[in-house]
Design a protein around this ligand. Structure first.
Ligand code: HDE
Length: 683
């Protein structure tokens, strides 16, 4: 999509920079913006220099408060196309109308870190989507996990205070591996299920493009005929659900803190548009709001896909990076209560608290009540809200009437008569005694944590054990570790024993729930190779070697948008043995294994200084340890052996020619990692 197709760019009334002449904020031409006005060449700077003061004053106020959570994020514009099959459950036009296209803006984020923190930390990821529908704005403010740490919004400041850097020394940044976080988790058994997700591979996604998304709470949908259903939202990535491994995530934090951001923008620039299908789990709207014994108002519970399949109802495609990070990604304001006719909130107490929080925080973050007028937030439908004035008001409202009812203006604007689309709350009955209740149906904190554990494959379980052992191993206080181990002992005896062994602590007793059935859909390991779009293959080449594999691999994977990168000892041009040349895109100094999903060693590297350069061994051994496909072409196997890579290990491919490796390499990429090799390391 061309640059000027950015919808925000073309929003009406947008004051952009205009013309080619430098001016002051008042539009007066500036003759010199590099020298302050002084009395004499070496004299004092004069207060009279308006341009100097205006320029610095504006600069001084360039920063706004970062989000209190989800501060680090990246966004993109795109389009959502409805399949139309959701019409039986919702009257929301953007879902119910076949082929209806709706402009969207999506912002992905981490939760704990500051705006400048690294992308690949272990954390939950935000997945917030603003649908600019023709019936007004719908925001689906979700995460990449389907559950949350707490059941009641009143606990949100507590969990966030516990997870943020400890306030005395403000460390650690963007990390959950510290005492206060695990102190909270150990003393809140309802957090155990979410902690299992956070310690799984899901906590360290490979890319935003390979994350699932979830609305978490149960919503109520209303169809045209008035029938209602209880619904959970899912985003299913076209590329499958893939993660980094922990050491890789840690290396990435230093080697490329912008890894996910860059990946998102690069994919869009390359035309490999990220895509997700929107899915719904549709359940009957019963008076007890439960499904198969699961309380649908409890945000620490999932409904396994095996008992309520996800039905896909539309396709999201991200097509354009923002033109300006601040204007769009930083100023976008989502709200759980931005819903359109056909979609309603429920009494989930976590959701109810969120209904208050988002607008409240945005008032201070965006400096007043008029942020809905910002281009990225502005509804694409006419707005006639009768709100007036306030900080940063952009509109020049005409007329004298801003109240209802009125006689002066024929009582305009009118409210919507019955039958015309307006948001009308479904009249659900409410009764009960006022009080600070603890519903009995919210008290089972371990059976779904166990369900999650049982649904993982052995290698994924090994990663879970490693993550708990790492995080608790970073805690300084014994009672904190013991508190969490006590919860793990109620999830699974083997899990608790393995983590305890790693920490050198005794295994506590725990009562493990009976009769829990696994949900295979929760495992990330694909049954068969998936799509490989946007996957990156690094080809290690040397001067005087054979460079033809670079072009051959590019040709072989051209249709699938696989990126083939030339890695060499030095920058500039590399000359092959037969006179061919390639430009080095990365050098051993500027690259790191984390950039590649697979590494290929070209023929001829073996005899060159590249083979014995220590960074070559680092590159290859990291790729090997992280379960990535490695290909040795021709004499490349010698390079692997020198580096210490076991050439007989799974998915270490030795091939005479590119032709022989194209299919096995594609399959290996499609499986994402060599699970067999990772299982070997997991012991
Ligand atoms: Fe949020 N959350 N949250 N949250 N949340 C915010 O709103 C809050 C929760 C989520 O890219 C804040 O504008 C409370 C669950 C995302 O701009 C704030 C509770 C889920 C984003 C806030 C929760 C989310 C936020 C901070 C417990 C998944 C980033 C800045 C009741 C379903 C949106 C802002 C973006 C942001 C409050 C729990 C998702 C403070 C009180 C559960 C994706 O209002």
């Amino acid at each position: 999509m061309a640059r000027d197709s950015n919808p925000v760019h073309h929003a009406p009334d947008l004051h952009a920079q205009e013309g080619d002449r430098l001016t002051t904020a008042q539009g007066v031409g500036v003759d010199d913006t590099d020298h302050s006005l002084t009395a004499g060449p070496r004299g004092p700077v004069l207060l009279e220099d308006h341009h100097l003061r205006e320029k610095i004053t504006h600069f001084d106020h360039e920063r706004i408060p970062e989000r209190v959570v989800h501060a680090r994020g990246a966004g993109a514009h795109g389009v959502f196309r409805a399949y139309g099959n959701a019409a039986s459950v919702t009257k929301a036009a953007f879902l119910a109308t076949p082929d209806e296209e709706t402009e969207v803006f999506v912002r992905f984020s981490t939760v704990l870190g500051s705006r400048g923190s690294a992308d690949t930390v272990r954390d939950v990821r935000g997945f917030a989507t603003k649908f600019h529908t023709r019936e007004g704005t719908f925001d689906l403010v979700g995460n990449n996990f389907p559950v949350f740490f707490i059941q009641d919004a009143v606990k949100f400041p507590d969990i966030i205070h516990a997870g943020k850097p400890e306030p005395d020394r403000e460390i650690p940044q963007a990390q959950s591996a510290h005492d206060t976080f695990w102190d909270f988790i150990g003393s809140h058994t309802e957090s155990t299920h979410m902690a299992m997700w956070a310690m799984s591979d899901r906590g360290i996604p490979r890319s935003y493009r390979t994350m699932e998304g979830f609305g978490v709470h149960t919503f109520r949908m209303e169809a045209t005929d008035g029938t209602t259903s209880l619904v959970k939202f899912h985003w299913k990535p076209h590329l499958g659900v893939h993660s980094q491994v922990w050491e890789e995530a840690q290396i990435t934090q230093g080697a490329d803190p912008d890894f996910h951001r860059r990946d998102l923008y690069d994919a869009i620039a390359a035309g490999a548009y990220p895509q997700w299908e929107l899915g719904l789990q549709i359940m009957p709207d019963t008076t007890d709001e439960t499904f198969e014994g699961i309380d649908l108002l409890d945000p620490t519970k999932i409904v396994p896909e095996e008992i309520c399949p996800v039905q896909t109802v539309g396709l999201l495609t991200l097509t354009e990076a923002p033109e300006n990070f601040f204007a769009e990604t930083e100023q976008v304001a989502f709200h759980v209560d931005h819903v359109v006719p056909g979609i309603q909130v429920t009494n989930d107490p976590l959701m109810q608290g969120r209904l208050f929080s988002y607008l409240d925080t945005q008032l201070s973050r965006l400096g007043g009540p008029n942020f809905a007028q910002l281009p990225v937030n502005r509804p694409r439908t006419p707005v006639n809200d009768m709100f007036r004035d306030g900080m940063h008001q952009q509109a020049v409202h005409s007329g004298i009437v801003a109240y209802k009812p009125n006689q002066i203006d024929d009582d305009l604007p009118r409210t919507s008569p019955e039958g015309e689309d307006a948001f009308v709350t479904v009249p659900t009955p409410v009764s009960g005694e006022k009080g600070r209740h603890h519903p009995v149906s919210f008290t089972d904190h371990f059976s779904q944590a166990r369900l999650f554990w049982l649904s993982l494959t052995p290698v994924e379980q090994a990663h879970e054990v490693e993550a708990f052992t790492f995080e608790l191993g970073k805690c300084l206080r014994q009672e904190v570790k013991e508190g969490v181990l006590a919860s793990l002992a109620c999830v699974d005896t083997d899990l608790a024993a393995r983590v305890a062994a790693g920490l050198g602590l005794p295994v506590p007793d725990g009562e493990v729930p009976d009769g829990v059935v696994a949900s295979p859909a929760l495992s990330q390991i694909p049954a068969e190779p998936g799509r490989v779009d946007g996957r990156v293959v690094g080809v290690l080449v040397a001067d005087g070697g054979d460079l033809s594999p670079v072009a051959d691999l590019r040709t072989a994977y051209a249709d699938e948008n696989v990126v083939v990168r030339v890695v060499a000892a030095h920058g500039g041009e590399i000359s092959g043995g037969s006179g061919e040349t390639e430009t080095a895109e990365r050098t051993l100094l500027t690259t790191r294994s984390v950039e590649y999903d697979a590494v290929v060693v070209a023929p001829g590297v073996a005899g060159s200084p590249v083979a014995t350069e220590p960074r070559t061994a680092v590159l290859l051994l990291e790729a090997y340890r992280h379960g990535k496909a490695i290909v040795a072409l021709g004499d490349g196997d010698g390079v692997l052996a020198t580096a210490g890579v076991d050439t007989s290990a799974p998915d270490v491919l030795t091939c005479d020619s590119v032709r022989d490796c194209v299919q096995p390499l594609r399959d290996a990429l499609g499986m994402h990692r060599s699970w067999e090799r990772l299982a070997m390391f997991a012991g």
